[in-house]
Design a protein around this ligand. Structure first.
Ligand SMILES: [Fe+2]
Ligand SMILES: [Fe+2]
Length: 408
């Protein structure tokens, strides 16, 4: 959780004297003020502020009504149909060969019981209830612990689903904006991939988990910024590298440590697609930052820093604590600091940081910020060589069965 500023502390004192219904609305404004004050760069703050207002104050995601994001990038046409990028053409060919049908390729007949402790969907070690009791004074019975895990699973998979819808929209935009014709052909396959990912996560939530959560306000704010930015490389950087990279790492952890066979198979197949999507981002951005002016580069650096902070600090499942009737502030504090959750959150950057380095974006300006977030350690991460070290230090150790599928 972000540190509360003195200004918002003083305001919070006043807010506590307001009626509960009014207080809730004002609290959301204070959260936006806090978010805006955290953002060091005024340009990034300006671009995030409207998204923050839409997401946190209006809570359109929670209202369940459709949301409109204005888009203003250029659609690039080429009437000569050139073969202009071998690596993108190669990805396109691999994507055509790698298509699968989510309706027929998966064992949907598998019986899934999210309340069965014998087949945990999330790894047991992810959540240390004894620390929660010490830190937040919350003691749950065995049945309540199962209900909590069910809710947390629904929340996490719901955020996967909402992220996939964001990826679907972003893939359409990237396909329009990309200036290589081979990139457009490849982009068409990514649109289909993302539609399939929406299909399978939505079906799993409906048929197997039985409940879902609205989009996290902070995920929605990040998607808003990416989809509205007019600069094509910001869409690549935000979606293909950062959001997709985070998703790839999260799916990898689920695949490695979950005991539920249907979900393992879903993330296995989705990861094969996502690896291509991240590769497309790296190929598309290769070399462009070396030639960029310092002021343009600073925009990208600030976006990386603020986007990383949003992704690392803001996904603390507040909605689950609320729904369970638990003390939200204390539980969020716990989720911020509990070693197993801190480690899980930092691992989500294991795909992003090496790619930032590859593109020359781990600049002297960016490095201390990522070090402060505890994720710079992944700059030389090698998934093959380093996986055993992660397993042995991870609290989930001993539960895994097989290595994640190789990236295509
Ligand atoms: Fe996806
Ligand atoms: Fe993707």
């Amino acid at each position: 959780m972000s540190e509360t500023t003195p200004l918002t502390n003083r305001l919070a004192g006043l807010v506590n004297r307001l009626p509960a219904r009014v207080r809730d609305t004002v609290d959301r404004y204070l959260e936006v003020i806090d978010l805006a004050r955290e953002l060091k760069d005024p340009k990034v703050a300006r671009s995030l502020a409207p998204a923050g207002l839409r997401g946190l104050i209006l809570r359109r995601g929670k209202q369940g009504t459709p949301t409109q994001f204005p888009a203003s990038h250029n659609a690039h046409f080429d009437w000569t149909y050139p073969a202009d990028h071998d690596d993108m053409r190669d990805l396109y060919d691999r994507a055509k060969r790698g298509q699968w049908d989510g309706a027929t390729y998966l064992p949907w007949q598998t019986s899934v019981d999210p309340m069965n402790p014998e087949v945990p969907i999330l790894p047991d070690g992810y959540f240390d209830f004894s620390i929660l009791e010490d830190a937040a004074g919350v003691r749950l019975t065995a049945q309540q612990q199962l209900a909590f895990k069910h809710s947390l699973t629904a929340w996490m998979l719901s955020q996967f689903l909402h992220g996939e819808q964001g990826a679907l929209q972003a893939a359409c935009q990237v396909t329009e904006a990309v200036q290589f014709f081979d990139g457009k052909l490849y982009g068409g396959t990514q649109v289909v991939d993302e539609a399939r990912h929406v299909e399978v996560y939505d079906r799993y939530l409906r048929e197997k988990i039985g409940t879902g959560y609205p989009v996290s306000e902070h995920l929605k704010s990040l998607l808003d910024v990416i989809l509205e930015d007019t600069r094509w490389d910001m869409k690549y950087l935000g979606m293909q590298l950062m959001v997709e990279g985070l998703a790839l790492a999260a799916f990898g952890l689920i695949h490695r440590f979950s005991d539920e066979p249907l979900l393992k198979e879903i993330v296995h197949l989705v990861m094969r697609d996502e690896a291509r999507h991240v590769a497309f981002g790296v190929i598309g951005l290769r070399g462009i930052y070396e030639e960029m002016s310092p002021s343009e580069l600073r925009d990208r650096e600030d976006f990386i820093i603020e986007g990383s902070r949003l992704m690392r600090d803001r996904f603390l499942a507040q909605e689950v604590w609320e729904k369970m009737g638990m003390p939200v502030d204390e539980c969020v504090e716990y989720a911020t600091n509990a070693p197993s959750i801190v480690f899980f959150r930092s691992l989500l950057f294991s795909k992003i940081v090496p790619n930032l380095k590859r593109l020359g974006l781990l600049t002297p300006y960016v490095r201390p910020h990522l070090a402060q977030l505890g994720v710079l350690q992944f700059e030389s991460f090698d998934p093959d060589a380093d996986q055993d070290a992660i397993d042995s230090s991870f609290v989930f150790a001993g539960r895994h069965e097989a290595a994640p599928p190789a990236a295509e």
